[in-house]
Design a protein around this ligand. Structure first.
Ligand code: ATP
Ligand code: MG
Ligand code: MG
Ligand code: MG
Length: 563
């Protein structure tokens, strides 16, 4: 590609309305342009990066045995009525009506559509397990779209859905997806953590989120290195500031929030509640588990918290079901159950936040914490590498709380959708059996922004090779005045392109400073400068975007070096 053929409208100044680095840089580097709130056009450079993410995602999904399909974005209301979500899903669901007055929605996710497909096309256990995925545009009418494509209304998601007869089969596929996600984010060069997550409104039992670590992340995640302790972000913050004792002390005096405080927050501070029912399990002062339910109502703007009877741990499935029933909460709305998780809820804000945090004793189970979007954010600087105290077994107790960007989310859904829609198959004995399901999402477009959060400096984006829109930038100095420079640049361009290297030739005839600034802003990992003086000595100049490598390369070796 030549810059003269490329629509690359770079900006020198940071756009005023962009708050975080990735949003600023995607606008400045001409990667995206805004159409309306939460709606963006992907420009040629941005689209190339997006396609690279898609490519890696597809390769790893295929390798893990999933098959690609493509479902419609527009979905009929009838399916959502069957699942019950037409009424449950709030204003994030964009509802439409066609010329025949039929109701539709623009899909925020595809459980209904895929379950409908499978109930029609799969009849026998022999066709299982089945894992179908797509890379497709979603629409969610986010209450507060922001940070550019990071929290957009229209965005690209990879969503996969698996179908099984038995739980063991679901668990095997879930593990395969967990592994595939790790490979995907590793290949993309991201510093990420899988954390155990709340299953929230989507339902189901087991769930993990994948978070890219970044200060600008909207979520906070807690992880211990094999540790004993866990804490919510608020407590960790207070501990870090020396205001509070370590969690071990705190656990003995923990108090659950009262109804008044929470209602007060909502009515007097206008904090909206995104979820209608939230049940948390917390370890009470006496060591028993206490279930705490927080109910919210969008319309009434009212929230109630009730303390449910303390229960002995560990919870059995039956006890868990009882608590759910008592809480009036649907399946899957309980927080972590039956694990030894000292979650500390001593403040109404923590309870209201879309929240759970913790790590179990063996440190394997990590829980994500989502801050309520509109709650006061903690000072990120204070949250890094918090040592939460360790008067218990040696070597345990180091808890890190870091900000994260949710780039992936996997669930064991169970039979919520297959039951509602009647997706069954005949088993080996010829009995009709309801399928069990998993679902697996990656925010493909969000990954681009998350990657920029981790790969930039004051000069712009600094891509790793795997994600770069072009691997090599060729910058000829004054090619209009020096025919040898122009010819050499053309020759290198041809040789590299033929060898399959994606190369961008800056043929605009701009000053070196302008060329370098643009190539650094858009993030090309390798830059070769071709100048008259160098050519007299038979060399070109190499500079890596990371700043790690720079120097002269003999012209004869240039192509070979850059392959
Ligand atoms: P969030 O907590 O950020 O709102 P979510 O939990 O609602 O995300 P999921 O339903 O788990 O999202 O969807 C799967 C993935 O889609 C998420 O992990 C995230 O990477 C991506 N995603 C969700 N909402 C958006 C959005 N508004 N813009 C871009 N990507 C998104
Ligand atoms: Mg969301
Ligand atoms: Mg989430
Ligand atoms: Mg999620």
């Amino acid at each position: 590609m030549r810059t003269t053929n490329l629509l690359m409208p770079t900006l020198r100044e940071d756009p005023a309305d962009a708050e975080i680095a990735s949003h600023q840089l995607m606008l400045r580097a001409g990667y995206i342009r805004r159409l309306a709130a939460g709606l963006y056009t992907w420009m040629p450079l941005g689209l190339r990066v997006l396609r690279r993410v898609e490519q890696v995602v597809r390769e790893e999904m295929d390798r893990a045995g999933a098959q690609e399909v493509l479902m419609p974005a527009i979905q009929p209301a009838e399916l959502w009525e069957e699942s019950g979500r037409w009424d449950q899903y709030g204003p994030e669901l964009l509802r439409l009506r066609d010329r025949h007055e039929r109701d539709f929605c623009y899909g925020p996710t595809h459980e209904e559509v895929i379950t409908d497909l499978v109930r029609n096309e799969v009849a026998s256990y022999r066709q299982l397990p089945l894992n179908l995925y797509q890379v497709q545009t979603k629409f969610r009418d986010e209450v507060r779209p922001r940070f550019g494509i990071m929290r957009a209304r229209e965005f690209l998601m990879k969503d996969a859905y698996s179908f099984h007869l038995e739980q063991e089969s679901l668990e095997a596929t879930y593990q395969a997806m967990h592994d595939a996600y790790c490979r995907i984010f590793q290949r993309l060069g991201l510093d990420f953590r899988p954390v155990e997550a709340d299953t929230g409104a989507i339902g189901g039992h087991t769930s993990h989120e994948f978070h890219v670590l970044a200060e600008s992340g909207e979520d906070a995640i807690a992880f211990s290195d094999g540790g004993e302790y866990a804490a919510n972000v608020e407590l960790a913050e207070a501990v870090a500031e020396g205001e509070r004792p370590a969690p071990a002390e705190e656990l003995r005096t923990v108090e659950t929030p009262g109804m008044k405080t929470i209602a007060d927050l909502v009515t007097n501070h206008g904090i909206p509640v995104e979820r209608t029912v939230k049940t948390l399990l917390v370890r009470g002062a006496e060591g028993g588990l206490v279930a705490l339910m927080v109910r919210g109502d969008h319309e009434l703007n009212e929230v109630k918290a009730e303390k449910l009877p303390a229960v002995a741990e560990p919870l059995t499935m039956a006890e868990e079901a009882d608590i759910r029933a008592a809480a009036g909460a649907g399946p899957g709305s309980l927080g972590p159950v039956g694990l030894e998780v000292p979650i500390i809820v001593d403040h109404a804000v923590a309870a209201l936040a879309d929240f759970t945090a913790g790590a179990n004793r063996d440190g394997e189970h990590l829980f994500g914490i989502n801050w309520g979007r509109d709650l006061p954010e903690p000072e990120t600087a204070d949250l890094r590498n918090v040592v939460a105290g360790d008067p218990s077994p040696a070597g345990d107790g180091r808890l890190q709380i870091r900000r994260g960007i949710e780039v992936g989310h996997i669930f064991q859904l169970g039979s919520k959708y297959s039951e509602a829609l009647g997706a069954t198959v005949l088993d080996e004995e010829g009995r009709q059996r309801t399928l069990t399901m998993g679902c697996y999402g990656i925010g493909v477009s969000r990954v681009v922004a998350a990657a920029i959060e981790q790969n930039h400096d004051e000069r712009g984006i600094a891509w790793p090779d795997e994600l770069a829109p072009f691997r090599v930038a060729l910058c000829p100095i004054q090619p209009g005045r020096n025919a040898e420079v122009a010819e050499t640049a053309e020759r290198l361009y041809r040789e590299l392109s033929e060898a399959g290297v994606e190369v961008l030739l800056d043929d605009r005839g701009e000053r070196p400073g302008v060329m370098f600034a643009d190539m650094e802003l858009i993030g090309i990992p390798h830059r070769v400068t071709i100048g008259g003086k160098g050519l007299e000595r038979g060399v070109v100049e190499y500079q890596s975007r990371s700043g790690e490598a720079a120097g002269e390369i003999p012209l004869a070796e240039a192509t070979g070096t850059l392959l």
